[in-house]
Write a protein that binds this ligand. Structure first.
Ligand code: AMP
Ligand code: ZN
Length: 466
């Protein structure tokens, strides 16, 4: 199995530190809002990579954090007059619901930054002792970037060029403009923790170094996240971990490309984003998952209605193929598999090999999906109720196995569709109660476009498919 390693900029054969085991860390979201579909890309991609490695027999220890203390969380809490933890707890719970709907498996551990402060203080102390960090007068602790000679090795940045790009006078207490924050003093009304330097809270980067060490060890196999994290986040993680532990940190660095909208970067700060929830009102979220898998994870991917519709149709073809086999299995003959059927099963095995070859080549999900489509074509043109039940169920098992690796469910998702309709109806009722008739009408029209007609009756709102 080959993985493209950002550190070496090449595809490398994957060799785990410990045979048969994978220690994998994926940077998770900062929880101050519903996750957007850009955040869903790394979740889906690295979940699929995990599923494939598990299929290959690896025992994958998969750690993914939630950043639950941060400026944006604090600002949102202040705006809503609630505590930061109320905001983060709410959005962690909502994020987990979205993950479930996207069929993203829960991590082995989902550590929370606020529960790991002790470990962070300890690592910062080690860094100070080793001369890699220093506390300024006000209690801010900085990492001494130039003390770590390999700084820049992941992002291929040169320290002098970086320095030239920095505005110097901003933080005068820094020894060097390149130094970054490990610990900072609290401001009024902010959550804080005790530390040897001041009451305060950690900088963002230190949490991942500490959680990876605690749950996976000093050296890990794979560290992953979106490409925007390469610099400074992952570069800083490497500096902190390798300086503190005296060992190489992660062997393989994987980064997904960005999800764009109208070919522009999609992000919360630019305001041009869709949440997973919003997309879920219109599509089964399996479609969103399938859409993400249709491109190579390192390529940029543009979110558009056309591509979502194409993904919906593609997924439908696969589910229809599985449905067809399930139906045929019931009426199939209880006899041995014939020579001809055996040949077809061999052909199906060829598609499995193609699928594996694609996934072994840096998780090329686009080609892996193409192999699934070839299998579906074989199913559609070569199966009937006159065939052996063992043959039919053999094909069904193969199709289901490949779909499972992609996290694609082959059963129809009627229930979730119904649940989604009910949810929209409830939102429409809510809008009417607030006399927001424009919104109520918009929800009714949206449902109508999806073939759902609402009827207001004396017993309440009823709906039917048209
Ligand atoms: P954040 O909450 O911004 O820290 O992001 C959580 C994860 O989502 C990180 O791995 C980011 O790199 C990733 N991410 C954020 N926006 C996008 C996007 N538009 N496309 C792909 N990945 C993204
Ligand atoms: Zn991280």
């Amino acid at each position: 199995m080959k993985i493209y390693n950002t550190l070496t900029k090449t595809k490398e054969e994957f060799v785990p530190i410990e045979e048969g085991k994978v220690r994998m860390y994926v940077c998770g979201p900062t929880v101050y809002n519903y996750i957007h579909i850009g955040n869903a890309r790394p979740m889906i991609i690295f979940d699929t990579a995990r599923r494939y490695m598990e299929y290959k027999g690896y025992d994958v220890n998969f750690v993914s954090n939630f950043t639950d203390v941060d400026d944006k969380i604090i600002a949102k809490a202040a705006a809503e007059g609630v505590s930061a933890s109320e905001i983060s707890e709410k959005f962690i719970a909502e994020c987990k619901k979205d993950m479930e709907a996207l069929n993203v498996k829960p991590a082995t551990v989902h550590p929370l930054a606020t529960k790991e402060i002790g470990g962070m203080v300890e690592m910062i102390e080690t860094l100070i002792q080793k001369g890699f960090a220093y506390a300024a007068e006000d209690g801010t602790v900085y990492f001494r970037t130039r003390k770590f000679p390999e700084y820049g090795k992941l992002s291929k940045k040169n320290l002098d060029e970086l320095e030239a790009g920095k505005r110097i006078a901003v933080e005068e207490q820094k020894e060097d403009p390149l130094d970054f924050v490990l610990w900072k003093p609290k401001k009024d009304g902010e959550p804080y923790w005790e530390s040897p330097w001041c009451q305060g809270r950690p900088g963002w980067h230190i949490e991942c170094s500490v959680m990876a060490k605690k749950y996976l060890g000093d050296e890990i196999d794979i560290h992953a996240g979106g490409e925007d994290l390469i610099f400074p986040h992952h570069e800083n993680e490497i500096a902190q971990s390798e300086a503190a532990n005296g060992k190489p940190f992660a062997r393989y660095w994987m980064h997904n490309g960005f999800l764009n909208i109208d070919n522009r970067k999609m992000s919360k700060s630019l305001g041009n984003f869709f949440t997973v929830r919003q997309v879920g009102e219109e599509y089964d979220l399996q479609v969103l998952r399938f859409f993400m898998l249709s491109a190579h994870y390192r390529s940029p991917l543009n979110f558009s209605r056309e591509l979502m519709e194409a993904s919906k149709n593609g997924l439908e073809r696969i589910v229809n193929g599985a449905d067809r086999l399930r139906g045929l299995c019931e009426s199939g003959l209880s006899r041995e598999v014939s020579q001809e059927e055996k040949k077809l099963l061999d052909q199906a095995e060829e598609y499995v090999k193609k699928f594996e070859a694609a996934m072994d080549d840096d998780f090329n999900t686009a080609d892996a999906v193409a192999a699934i489509f070839e299998l579906v074509k074989l199913i559609n043109s070569n199966t009937s109720s006159e065939q052996s039940r063992d043959f039919l169920s053999g094909l069904l098992d193969t199709l289901t196995k490949l779909c499972d690796i992609m996290g694609i469910k082959t059963e129809r998702q009627e229930e979730t569709l119904d649940a989604r309709i009910e949810k929209l109806i409830a939102q429409r009722q809510e809008a009417r109660k607030e006399r927001d008739f424009a919104k109520a009408d918009q929800i009714r029209d949206q449902l109508l476009q999806q073939g759902i007609l609402l009827e207001d009756t004396r017993e309440g709102v009823k709906w039917k498919r048209i």
